[in-house]
Design a protein around this ligand. Structure first.
Ligand SMILES: NC(=O)c1ccc[n+]([C@@H]2O[C@H](COP(=O)([O-])OP(=O)(O)OC[C@H]3O[C@@H](n4cnc5c(N)ncnc54)[C@H](O)[C@@H]3O)[C@@H](O)[C@H]2O)c1
Length: 402
């Protein structure tokens, strides 16, 4: 457990190893929209905030479908060049890491091709549309001997790492419950178009793979493997306007929401649910863990805070839930940022994630357990499929087997 050493007010101008020799690593980015922007931002911030970095990421090449748009993205984010065919990223000799931020139907083929070409591979979640797809990705990366990381960036929120430490160090005692709820509201309006996230052939699933993947991964990260699940999937709106022809509609063949009951290897039980119909909830990624000695609760919308209850707090009159601001220099990743209390945001999880990736790549460390490997991505997809299979069988208990 941490001990306060520095509050940060006097360390901002520190000169650390000014003459250190820092290697470079070339990145090729697939996709330039939401994740393309978040990843580029993370890679750019990393070398000066996490100084000295294990390597300086070089933004070499970015791929997208539309030349005009990808050219603009290359200029905006600072990539040396752009292309309209992902195969050019794989063929680019200066690209050492393929960073895949494309829709889910474009995760497997480019990532496998890159691994087979000897590139290290980073890929957004859900790793595959099915466990079969993510297993093939994991096998290709393993056989090629390249580093592989699935982008479960919420593993890199300081408060989440702190929560995991409290559980692993036994501060909460025996764990009884893990409850996670991930609510967003952005498709409640029936006029919202049928974007790729609502098309099974592209996305694989709906709220399940989009939001459920994150909370399933957090459950595995913090309290361990689930062994069985009962699930229920629901699609509230079954047809929506087509993005390119709004007077016509197309079918929605993915879930809008799911709920699931879990039993964990440790004996704990849990619930997880996710929905894009949680009216009023913006990015309400939350969990609560209850143990014999205490509890913790987290809400991504207040990501610098961890709610903690420790049963043996003295004096008893002061006992109760407390809000811990996870911004002390001994908190995970914090010494790279600001004086305590000068909070960080969602985008900084990508700085931490890529720092971890480069540290593992350059210094021969393992991506796991802090980061998610492609094996973790595959295991997550197995669990998501088990939830869907259970729902298809009327909520029957389905064993989770890898
Ligand atoms: N970790 C997270 O918090 C998080 C958040 C959002 C999305 N994601 C994941 O990131 C991935 C991308 O999601 P997004 O929100 O960035 O999607 P998006 O729709 O915003 O962007 C997708 C990008 O892929 C590009 N693209 C699509 N087809 C292509 C093709 N054939 N060739 C080249 N480029 C192509 C598009 O032009 C666009 O730039 C998904 O797997 C999603 O699940 C993760």
């Amino acid at each position: 457990m941490g001990v306060a050493k520095e509050v940060g007010f006097t360390t901002m101008g520190d000169v650390k190893d000014p003459l250190v020799d820092i290697p470079t690593v070339g990145f090729g980015m697939l996709g330039y929209a939401f994740m393309g922007k978040a990843h580029s931002n993370g890679l750019k911030k990393l070398p000066y905030m996490m100084y000295p970095p294990p390597a300086v990421p070089v933004l070499v090449n970015i791929a997208g479908r539309t030349e005009r748009a990808v050219a603009a993205a290359a200029k905006r984010f600072g990539f040396k060049r752009y292309c309209t065919d992902w195969k050019d990223l794989v063929a680019d000799e200066e690209v050492q890491v393929l960073d895949n931020g494309a829709p889910n139907n474009l995760h497997a083929e480019p990532t496998i091709a890159a691994a087979e070409a000897g590139k290290h591979v980073v890929c957004e979640k859900p790793l595959g549309r099915t466990p079969k797809e993510s297993k093939a990705m994991w096998q290709a990366a393993r056989e090629a001997g390249v580093k592989h990381m699935a982008c479960f960036n919420y593993r890199f929120v300081p408060a989440v790492i702190q929560a995991r430490r409290l559980v692993k160090d036994g501060a909460l005692g025996e764990i009884f419950h893990f409850r996670a709820r991930y609510g967003q509201e952005w498709i409640v309006d029936p006029k919202f178009p049928r974007v790729w996230r609502l098309d099974k052939s592209v996305a694989g699933s709906g709220a399940l793979g989009d939001l459920g993947a994150h909370i399933v991964d957090l459950a595995r990260f913090i309290i361990g493997e689930p062994v069985a699940v009962n699930g229920l999937l629901k699609t509230f709106i079954k047809a929506r306007p087509l993005p390119d022809a709004p007077s016509k509609t197309g079918p929605v063949d993915v879930d809008d929401a799911f709920v699931a009951l879990f039993e964990f290897q440790s004996g704990a039980i849990g619930t997880m649910e996710a929905s894009r119909f949680s009216t009023g909830r913006k990015n309400f990624n939350t969990f609560e863990i209850n143990g014999s000695k205490g509890s913790i609760a987290f809400n991504l919308e207040r990501l610098n805070e961890l709610e903690v209850y420790l049963a043996d707090t003295q004096p008893a009159e002061a006992n109760g839930w407390r809000t811990v601001l996870v911004t002390e220099s001994f908190h995970p990743y914090w010494e790279n940022w600001w004086p305590h209390g000068h909070i960080i945001g969602w985008e900084h999880t990508f700085v931490h994630e890529f720092h971890h990736f480069l540290d593992c790549l350059i210094n021969g460390k393992d991506i796991s357990p802090q980061g998610a490997t492609f094996e973790d991505g595959y295991r997550c997809d197995v669990i998501l499929e088990a939830i869907a299979n259970s729902s298809a069988e009327g909520g029957a208990r389905v064993k989770i087997e890898y």
